[in-house]
Design a protein around this ligand. Sequence first.
Ligand code: DAH
Length: 345
Amino acid sequence: MLGQLEKLKQNALQELENIASAAKLESWRVHYLGKKSQLTAILRSLATLPLEERKTVGSQANEVKTALETSLEEKGQLLREAKLTAAGEGHIDITLPGRPFPVGGLHPITQTLYEIYDIFASMGFQVVEGPEVEWDYYNFEALNIPDEHPARDTMATLWVDFETEEGKRPMLLRTHTSPMQIRVMEKMEAPLRVIMPGKVYRYEASDATHVPMFYQIEGLAIDKDITMADLKGTLYEFARRFFGEDRKVRFRCDYFPFVEPGVEMAIECLVCNGSGCRLCGNTGWIEILGAGMTHPQVLKNGGFDPEVYNGFAFGMGIERMPMLRYGIDDIRLFYGSDLRFLRQF
Ligand code: DAH
C-alpha cells in the first residue's frame, strides 16, 4: 500500500504541473483529495489494518495528503496571479507618471491688492472693507458733493433707488471707495490709519481703458497734527516700494471736493523713463492717484472736530498698477476669464 501511495503522489503532482485553469484545478482537487478519491479511501480503510501497518500507512497517507494540499494552495495562488497579470496587460502602463493635480492661482488683481496691503500695513495702516451698494449720502453728500454739484457728472452712476414707506431713498452702486472714509470716521477713533479696498462701479461702456466694474484702494489717516508732508512721505514710500527705488514722483494741484488742498500724484513714465512716449502722451509722467488733506467739512461729517483733528486721504485705481508694470494695454483682459492671460501671473 505504501508503493500505491507513493505512485499516487507522483501522478498527482505531475498532473498538477500541467494545469492552467481554475476549473481544471478544481477537478484535480476532487479527483485526488475529494470524498471519493483513492486517498480518502485509503485513509478510511486504515481502521481495518493491523496495528503496525496502520501506523506506517497512516503516517505515509497523511504526509501525502498534506503535500497535495500544499501544492494545491500554491498552484491556486499562481493561477490567480497569472490571471491578474493577463487582465492588466495592454490596459495599465505602470511606468506612466501620475496625473498632475491642477493647482489654482490668485487673480492678478488680487495679487496686486495683497501687495499693496503689505506695503501700507508696514506703515501701520489696517484694512477695512465696506458695502458696494451705498447710500447717496456716503457716496456724494457727506463727501461735499451735494445734489447739484458738477463733480457728480464726472462719475456716471448706476442708481438702485431704495423704496421706503416715506418714498424713495437714493441708493447706488458706489462710484468710488471714498464713501468708506465717512463710514470709518463714524466708527473709529483717532489716531487712525486705514486702507479701504474694493469694487466700484461706473455706468460706462467697456473699451481698452474702461470697464463698468473695477477696483480702488482708498486711504485715510486722521490725527491731531497730520501735515501734507505725511501725505507726501507715505505716498512716496508706496511708489518706491511698488514701482522701484529710483522711480521719480511728482505732486501737482488737483481738485476733489472732499480734500483741500487736493493733489494728483504721478510717477515717471515706466516705458520712456521721463523722455516722453506714446504711453505717457509725451509728458514723461503717468498719473496714478488722487489725494489731499481732508476737507474740514468732511471731518465734521465723520464726527471729528476740524479745529482739533486733521488728516489726509488718497484713492487709486488698482488695474492701472499691473497694467503699467507689465505693459498691459487693455484693461478688459483682467475680466475676460481667458486663462492664457491669467495664468501668466
Ligand atoms: N475718489 C476719487 C475718484 O474715484 C479718487 C480720490 C481722489 C480719492 C482724492 C481720494 C482723494 O481719497 O483724496 O476719482
